[in-house]
Design a protein around this ligand. Structure first.
Ligand SMILES: [Zn+2]
Length: 421
């Protein structure tokens, strides 16, 4: 009986997640799921891994083993390089100080301490929005720590439109692109250093007829153009990991994660293919050569570095950040090392943080050492694929470019902040 109840509970939970969880405006990436370790349906009270409610399939006494319970402990005996501080000053160009800290001053103070310990000089918060929220975000970060943070604004697609009525959204009214361009100019005069575009453009926002708004819709051209004229980069997140566009079945390499978070899947009807999304993004980059684009998360081509390399060759105004993607780079260390060195001028350090300190240590270890087979995350199971990673041991000149020099060239205000002692 308790088993049936718990199954029902989980079924309802996933249904609710599927039905009522549209992409929240601030949703960013897929590394922060925190499902309850023990759902109320777990009759034994045993400390089961997230998402698991039944005591069966524990792999013991000849019983089968659920993939969710598989937590192999490596028997490899290998050198372990502990790096608690980056070798050179760091700029993290992809962080979320509204979505993750919710304007909590104490959490901010703690995180600045962590930045100091780790050698992170400046973080770029991508949560500025526009209007009043921009003011409060600037106030939150700049009141005590102006020298440590720069802020990117966001397009206000919704405006005063209703959540459940896309047709009422500001972005569908005539002149939206031009109005946003003006607001951006004002935001820059208040200290904003860039524009962040969330992945909902292409995967969430809808037109009058219910179809998804396209990334390369000419209605947004005035926005991209304005950023070029204002000298600020556009950090744009399009698409998601390739596996999120595949069916959630036993062949899916991110099954563990998607089975717990089915609403993260973009497989099936109603969604464009990953390739369609990325081609649309690339057309925008090509159409606005005077604007510099930082395509977030390795431009969502972390699974195909050859393709990404070709894009970087084709579009001189395209840059990429590595936020939340050491899990991918580190499982193809030879290709990744070659890629990072070849395009060292175009790659920016980023984490998608704030994260716990252990996560940052994994970034230093990945970029600076040739350690083998280590965890890319502090979480169990590893949140972005059930594997470990290997370090790429980058040369100093490449590290310097990725850690800060490219950000200095690209993002207004970073150079001045780094110059401070
Ligand atoms: Zn993000």
């Amino acid at each position: 009986m308790p088993m049936i109840r718990s199954q029902l509970y989980r079924a309802i939970l996933s249904l609710v997640a599927l039905v009522v969880a549209p992409l929240p405006l601030g949703a960013t990436d897929h590394a922060t799921p925190q499902p309850p370790a023990n759902s109320p349906g777990n009759p034994s009270g045993e400390n089961l891994p997230a998402g698991l409610t039944e005591p069966e399939a524990d792999g013991e006494a000849g019983r089968d083993l659920s993939v969710r319970r598989f937590q192999p402990r490596s028997r490899l005996v290998l050198p372990r390089t502990e790096i608690h501080q980056a070798k050179f000053p760091v700029v993290d160009v992809h962080t979320h100080f509204f979505h993750k800290l919710r304007h909590n001053d104490e959490a901010l103070r703690d995180f600045v301490g962590l930045m100091d310990r780790n050698g992170i000089r400046t973080c770029v918060s991508l949560d500025g929005r526009l209007g009043d929220r921009l003011d409060s975000h600037l106030e939150f970060l700049h009141r005590d720590y102006r020298d440590r943070f720069v802020v990117f604004a966001n397009v206000d697609w919704q405006g005063d439109g209703a959540d459940d009525d896309p047709a009422s959204w500001a972005c569908l009214r005539p002149g939206f692109g031009e109005r946003t361009a003006e607001e951006l100019a004002q935001a820059v005069s208040r200290g904003v250093a860039g524009l962040k575009v969330f992945k909902q453009l292409g995967l969430g926002y809808r037109d009058f007829d219910g179809t998804l708004l396209r990334i390369d819709d000419p209605r947004w051209d005035p926005i991209w153009e304005a950023c070029g004229k204002l000298g600020i980069p556009v950090l744009i997140h399009s698409g998601d990991p390739a596996a999120f566009f595949d069916p959630i079945d036993r062949f899916n390499e991110r099954w563990e994660e998607l089975s717990r978070n089915p609403s993260w899947s973009f497989h099936g009807e109603g969604f464009p293919s990953l390739d369609e999304l990325l081609q649309a993004r690339n057309r925008v980059v090509a159409k606005h050569p005077q604007t510099r684009f930082i395509a977030a998360h390795l431009a969502s081509s972390e699974h195909d570095l050859k393709q990404l390399s070709e894009w970087l060759d084709a579009y001189p105004n395209l840059y990429v950040d590595i936020a939340s993607r050491i899990s991918e780079l580190g499982r193809q260390p030879y290709s990744a090392r070659e890629f990072l060195i070849r395009h060292a001028d175009r790659i920016l350090f980023a984490t998608d943080g704030p994260w716990p300190e252990t996560r940052l240590h994994a970034y230093w270890r990945f970029l600076e050492t040739k350690d083998e087979a280590f965890d890319y995350s502090e979480k169990v199971p590893p949140p972005q694929g059930l594997w470990q990673i290997h370090g790429v041991g980058l040369p100093d000149d490449v590290l310097r470019k990725i850690y800060s020099e490219n950000a200095v060239r690209l993002i207004p205000g970073v150079a001045q902040r780094l110059a401070k002692p």
